[in-house]
Design a protein around this ligand. Structure first.
Ligand SMILES: Cc1cc2nc3c(=O)[nH]c(=O)nc-3n(C[C@H](O)[C@H](O)[C@H](O)COP(=O)(O)O)c2cc1C
Length: 170
């Protein structure tokens, strides 16, 4: 069953994105492969954040997020946000960011993005939590070729999905 599941997911070869958020001056962001449109009207978008991540813990308290869709030229951005953790480093210290709503960092390098308002959070017991959002603002500089899972799966995540913070948050 797991082999077939993994094979199906590999064949889909989903597009990669960086999710950012902020609360009370604390900024966070990580690479995500789990994200999708979930309604047409209103314009809903779901992101699934790992309970292991610093970004998840900040998102628990934040009202807004941004999702940046990566292009085939953004492997270095994926590596930066997917292999480092905000517990150890400030991922925004050495890159150009704009200040979005509620201080949510917007990556200048990534023009294909949406600013999102959080509307619900679902923890059904798995290792990732579903953050349902509504699109507040979408921007793009035109069509692009997404960076896909097959191009980043060699990266070692800053946190494995079964790690938990101490004290635990969920
Ligand atoms: C290919 C790949 C896909 C990933 N997909 C997700 C994801 O969908 N959701 C998530 O929360 N983390 C995902 N991660 C893990 C985080 O990006 C990674 O652990 C990151 O370093 C966490 O940073 P943080 O602790 O600052 O939040 C993925 C990592 C990689 C390499």
């Amino acid at each position: 069953m797991t082999d077939a599941f993994d094979s199906l997911m590999a064949s889909l070869d989903g597009p990669m994105a960086v999710v950012t958020t902020a609360v009370a001056g604390e900024r966070a962001g990580c690479l995500v492969g789990f994200h999708a449109q979930s309604a047409i009207e209103p314009e809903r978008y779901c992101l699934w954040l790992s309970k292991a991540n610093h970004t998840y813990r900040v998102a628990l308290r934040s009202t807004h997020l941004a999702v940046h869709f990566l292009t085939e030229d953004d492997l270095d951005v994926a590596e930066h946000f997917g292999t480092l953790t905000g517990e150890d480093v400030d991922k925004f210290a050495d890159i150009d960011v704009l200040d979005g709503v509620d201080g949510v960092p917007l990556l200048e390098r990534c023009p294909h993005r949406m600013v999102l308002t959080r509307v619900a959070l679902l923890d059904e017991g798995g290792d990732h939590v579903c953050v349902t959002t509504e699109c507040l603002e979408a921007t793009t500089s035109g069509g692009f070729t997404p960076l896909r899972l097959s191009q980043v799966q060699h990266l070692t995540p800053g946190h494995e999905a079964d790690e938990r913070a101490d004290p635990p948050t969920g």
